[in-house]
Every structure is written in structure tokens, then in C-alpha cells.
Design a protein around this ligand. Structure first.
Ligand code: NAP
Length: 283
């Protein structure tokens, strides 16, 4: 990659930020498409967020991804946000459109596309989401847009699960309820079970958000974690011969959708996947 005075600058803001695969993905995509652009990481603490966002305009940065903990708090500093971002209440992509900062959420489209790619139809199905954080919100909205029949939200902090389920019922007219981990055994019709917590992520790979008896009741299992490739939660699904996917496709899809918002074109997913395989990030 050749960087010069005409290079367009993109990046990601979050805290901490060291684990992100986004710089690898976007820089390889720029190189592959012969774009004079570069993508860098900015570790931005919560108290510096406003200054960082003002800096986008001042420095002429073309676009940013936004990750934990800024996805919600960033909204107040933007000039406008998309319908998806509005309904989720979170932004993961900012485009600097000639000085006007536009906010988008590509987690939701990334999630929905990953289901389609794996031939998973959730329309009319009963879904259970574990977690009620930022990604769980995007997953819940994705399931609602795909017209799931019911969505149970299970979370350690039950008040957050309740808030999310009320949000889904009010906005989509779909049955949605909060449920405690201890009550999951009362559900006997789980078509799709999704882990949207951070439990099981490297380095804490010996943890699963639920025991295997809960996983065994599901017809399809999805873990939004992509590192490790197969979490303990997914290994339970494998044990019971239940079809499952991890969060890798969602990651690549959300990156590709951000890339399109910024540049007007998509990158070639296969090329990016092969590159990450060579770097040992995917098997
Ligand atoms: P977040 O907003 O911080 O939410 C974390 C969730 O995990 C909350 O529901 C939290 O429950 C739960 N949790 C954390 N520690 C727990 C514990 N010890 N016991 C029970 N529950 C616990 O984070 P996020 O942005 O939603 O991200 C969650 C995961 O998604 C991360 O692993 C991240 O890497 C992954 N992710 C994947 C993609 C993708 O494209 N595949 C994209 C973004 C993020 P409480 O509310 O009770 O704290």
C-alpha cells in the first residue's frame, strides 16, 4: 500500500480497540481494489468522544466504524442517522459526506445477510437471544425485520432484557418477552438460539452462556462470537447434531456494508476470507 498526501483516511473508534480485525479487512480491500485509502484504529476514551467526532470534520476523515462503548453515545454528535440506526439506537458506521456526518448501522444488515447466506429462514419462527447489549439489539431488530414469530430476550440484567423486548413489541408488533437464564428450561420450542453476549470469547473459551441442555432444545444455533471459531456454546450444538454458525460472516458482511456506504462499491468477500485464512484468523 502506498500512502501519500492524497490518501483518503478511514478508521475505527472504540475503547479498547486492539482486538479489532477491521483494519486488516479494510486495508486489504483498499489494496485489492487499488484505492488510495488507509484505515487506522483510534483508541478513544468516553470523555474524548466529542472531540474525536469533531476531529472527523476538522481532519477530513472520510469515514469511521464505531465500536464498544461508543455505538449509542456517538449519535448525539452526528448530523443525521439512518432508519435502521434510529430503530436500533446505535451507530457502527459514520460517513463524512462533505462535512455532514451521517450515521448508519451495518450490524443489522450483516446479521440478516448471514442468515440468508446459510439458508436460515426465521420468518414465523420462535427465537431466543442471549444478551441485551449493543449487538443483541441489532440481532433483535434483524429478527423482527425478518418477521420472526416471537423473540425472547434473556440477559443477566433482566431490566435491559425487558427494555429491549418492549422496544421490539412497540416497534414491530411481534411478541417479545424478557426471560431469566434460570427460566430458559420452561421454553420447549426454540427454533433459533443466538448467543449475543461476550461469554465464550477468547481468552475465556471455557465459558458458555447456557448449559448444554438448553442448547439441545434448539433447532438452529448462532454465536455472534467469531474468536474462537467454535465456542463451547457451539460445541454443544455440534454434540447434538444441531446446525450452527459463528459470527464470522456477520463480521465480514457488516464490514462490506460499511465499505459500500463509504466508497460506493463492495469488496470481494472471498478474497478477504482467503486473506484472513492466510493470516490464520479463520480456518
Ligand atoms: P455489550 O453491549 O457490552 O453487551 C455485552 C452482553 O454480554 C450484555 O448482554 C451482558 O449482560 C452480557 N455479559 C457480559 N458479561 C457477562 C457475564 N459474565 N454473565 C452474563 N452476561 C454477560 O457488547 P456487544 O457490543 O453487544 O458485544 C457482544 C459480543 O458481540 C462481543 O463478544 C463482540 O465481540 C461480539 N460482536 C460480534 C460482531 C460480529 O460481527 N460478529 C459484531 C460486534 C460484536 P449485562 O447486560 O447483564 O451486562
Amino acid at each position: 500500500m502506498y500512502i501519500n498526501s492524497k490518501s483518503d483516511i478511514y478508521g475505527i473508534i472504540g475503547h479498547p480497540i486492539g482486538h479489532s480485525l477491521s483494519p486488516l479487512i479494510h486495508n486489504y480491500a483498499f489494496e485489492n481494489l487499488d484505492f488510495n485509502s488507509v484505515y487506522v484504529s483510534f483508541d478513544v476514551k468516553e470523555e474524548d468522544l466529542k472531540d474525536a467526532i469533531m476531529g472527523i470534520k476538522a481532519l477530513g476523515i472520510k469515514g469511521l466504524n464505531v465500536t464498544v462503548p461508543h455505538k449509542e453515545s456517538v449519535i448525539k454528535y452526528l448530523d443525521c442517522i439512518s432508519d435502521e440506526a434510529k430503530i436500533i439506537g446505535a451507530v457502527n458506521t459514520i460517513k463524512n459526506n462533505g462535512g455532514s456526518l451521517e450515521g448508519y448501522n451495518t450490524d443489522v444488515t450483516g446479521f440478516m445477510e448471514s442468515l440468508k447466506e446459510h439458508g436460515v429462514d426465521v420468518t414465523g419462527k420462535n427465537a431466543v437471544i442471549l444478551g441485551a447489549g449493543g449487538v443483541a439489539k441489532a440481532v433483535a431488530v434483524g429478527l423482527a425485520l425478518l418477521r420472526a414469530k416471537s423473540i425472547y430476550v434473556c440477559n443477566r440484567s433482566l431490566d435491559k432484557a425487558k427494555e429491549l423486548s418492549i422496544h421490539i413489541e412497540n416497534n414491530f408488533n411481534i411478541k417479545s418477552r424478557e426471560i431469566a437464564y434460570n427460566d430458559l428450561n420452561v421454553l420447549d420450542d426454540i427454533d433459533i438460539l443466538i448467543n449475543a453476549t461476550s461469554l465464550g470469547m477468547t481468552p475465556n473459551t471455557n465459558i458458555s452462556p447456557v448449559q448444554e441442555d438448553v442448547v439441545a432444545k434448539a433447532k438452529f444455533v448462532y454465536d455472534i462470537i467469531y474468536n474462537p471459531e467454535k465456542t463451547l456454546f457451539l460445541s454443544y450444538a455440534e454434540k447434538y447434531c444441531i446446525k450452527y454458525i459463528n459470527g464470522f460472516d456477520m463480521l465480514i458482511n457488516q464490514a462490506n456494508n460499511s465499505f459500500k456506504i463509504w466508497t460506493g462499491v463492495n469488496f470481494d468477500k472471498k478474497i478477504i476470507l482467503n486473506f484472513l485464512k492466510k493470516k490464520d484468523f479463520v480456518k
